[in-house]
Design a protein around this ligand. Structure first.
Ligand SMILES: Cc1cc2nc3c(=O)[nH]c(=O)nc-3n(C[C@H](O)[C@H](O)[C@H](O)COP(=O)(O)OP(=O)(O)OC[C@H]3O[C@@H](n4cnc5c(N)ncnc54)[C@H](O)[C@@H]3O)c2cc1C
Length: 392
């Protein structure tokens, strides 16, 4: 059986890992010229962590992890206004750069990855799919997988324009990494954030005197306009704290991650022998914080269903994969929408309320209670339910 996977991200590479071990002939095409580096910090846990453990990747992830000792909010002068100690919040949580997770999976995959290439056309027929690539070559495969992120090209070709499936969550996001010893030492191993109504800027020190920065802007218009550095300086340039120095070191546009904050909501994740995976069909957004985890879990379930199906059973396996994964995704998406008001508070009153809740959460044993209050249903509860559901 032959599969072509579009997108060498977390979902695509995890699926390649499992399919090649199940005896499939797999090829991955990736639009970027190389595996994407840098980017942003993620918290990795829950079902994805379970999958990584089964793949034997946890030693590598534990090596790449960053110790986040606390979340801490600061004011424009850099003074701490509230904090949440992280150690007792969750078990089996790894904070690392998205790129480090991608590299960890990639280094254990034998499947060839063709960079600088994407899918240009798709034609389904009785025996399989003819895929035309942007380099002008064609592939005949039994399965085409669109693991090419929230703005998936495969989804557009097989299901229609993005607007039909994209739920804009009213925010834009940017992130980049800089080399700066002084700023890195100043921030340290606390995830530090500054929030004013409608704006959030976060920073975390990385190994090698680097600093990861994340910016979130409340913006009703989803259009991404202008050069990212100018956009960042316009909105964050006079907020104080470390931001003037960090913005002065803003890298080239190609090294800045910038996007709308979105969820993807689709009734069907497959059509015939074309299936979507990861953010392409189930993006939950950074507000939910489970995207990488669910991308790996989805890949594992898809491989599991395909292993049980013969050559003729591929379409049924794709439907079964969606039935198993979608309930967890919907629950996490709903959680993400509830969390917006806390991660990027729209008013000064809500910022004050958040600071008070964090102070209360600092009382012994109150951190879990705090998170459950925030999420009505409980973040931890959702994670454990998703693990159970995905085990099938
Ligand atoms: C700021 C931020 C913070 C986040 N924090 C967390 C967190 O704490 N925890 C968590 O679990 N998740 C988090 N996420 C979400 C997580 O990063 C995503 O859900 C996850 O990366 C999805 O994996 P994926 O493989 O589906 O897509 P991606 O990681 O987006 O990978 C898609 C790949 O496809 C490639 N591609 C795109 N278009 C094409 C094309 N046309 N042709 C070929 N290739 C293409 C891309 O270059 C990329 O390599 C966060 C996201 C953001 C933006």
């Amino acid at each position: 059986m032959r599969a072509l996977i579009c997108g060498a991200g977390i979902a695509g590479l995890t699926l390649a890992w499992h399919l090649e071990r199940a005896g499939w002939q797999v090829e991955v095409v990736e639009r970027a010229p190389a595996l994407r580096d840098g980017g942003y910090m993620i918290d990795f846990y829950g079902p994805g962590y379970e999958v990584a453990e089964r793949m034997g990747l946890t030693p590598r992830l534990l090596q790449a992890r960053y110790p986040v000792s606390e979340l801490s909010y600061v004011d424009r002068d850099g003074r701490q206004t509230s904090r949440l100690a992280m150690s007792a919040s969750f078990d089996r949580v790894v904070s690392l750069l998205r790129a480090d997770l991608v590299h960890a999976i990639h280094d254990d995959v034998r499947t060839p990855v063709t960079y600088g290439t994407s899918v240009a056309g798709i034609e389904q027929h009785d025996e399989g799919v003819t895929v035309e690539l942007t380099d002008g070559t064609r592939r005949e495969v039994d399965l085409l997988v669109g693991a090419d992120g929230a703005h998936s090209r495969v989804r557009e070709l097989a299901f229609g324009p993005e607007e039909r499936f994209l739920r804009y969550l009213g925010h834009q996001v940017a992130a980049y990494v800089i080399d700066d010893k002084a700023l890195s030492e100043q921030v340290g191993t606390r995830y530090r954030m500054l929030t004013v109504p409608g704006l959030m800027a976060g920073a975390y020190a990385l190994r090698g005197d680097r600093l990861a920065l994340l910016f979130l802007l409340r913006e009703p218009d989803p259009t991404l306009t202008g050069d990212p550095a100018t956009w960042l300086r316009r909105h964050y340039g006079d907020l104080g704290w470390i931001l003037p120095e960090a913005l002065a070191r803003c890298p080239e546009p190609a090294e800045i991650y910038r996007d709308q904050v979105t969820q993807i909501d689709m009734e069907h994740w497959s059509t015939g022998r074309v299936v979507l995976l990861g953010d392409a069909c189930q993006a939950v957004s950074l507000f939910a914080g489970h995207g990488a985890s669910l991308a790996m879990a989805g890949a594992w379930v898809l491989a599991d269903e395909l292993a049980a199906a013969g050559a003729d059973g591929v379409p049924d396996a794709l439907a079964a994969y969606q039935r198993r994964v979608r309930p967890a995704v919907e629950e996490v998406q709903a959680f993400g929408r509830r969390f917006i008001r806390w991660m990027a508070p729209a008013s000064r009153l809500r910022i004050t309320a958040r600071d008070w809740m964090l102070r209360l959460a600092a009382l012994p044993g109150a951190d879990r209670l705090f998170l459950n209050t925030l999420t009505s249903g409980g973040h931890g509860l959702i994670v454990s339910r998703a693990v159970d559901e995905l085990r099938g």
